[in-house]
Design a protein around this ligand. Structure first.
Ligand SMILES: [Zn+2]
Length: 93
């Protein structure tokens, strides 16, 4: 190998490495997107909780990270967690 060939070989290797780094960056961005998507999916949810006073009635407790809401009158008219939210937080549902 003469000097010119060594130089060309090094340049070619350099280009390959630059291209690989670019691919890795793209993969990293896609992994981060998927990770965020999974986090959002699992940090939000809802569950039906039966009314303790009416057999035929269910209330929906929903959460987004640590913010809980309920569809019952108690949650609507009083501040703080109703008994359904408390039950969900305690792992009863
Ligand atoms: Zn409630």
């Amino acid at each position: 190998m003469n000097n010119k060939e060594v130089k060309d070989e090094l340049l070619s290797l350099h280009n390959d490495i630059t291209s690989l780094i670019s691919d890795l960056r793209e993969i990293n961005i896609r992994v981060n997107d998927l990770w965020n998507n999974i986090e959002i999916r699992y940090s939000r949810g809802s569950v039906e909780v039966p009314s303790q006073t009416r057999y035929d009635k269910n209330y929906t407790v929903a959460w987004d990270k640590d913010v809980y809401t309920c569809t019952c009158p108690s949650y609507k008219y009083h501040s703080g967690d109703c008994k359904h939210i408390k039950a969900v937080k305690e792992g009863d549902y």
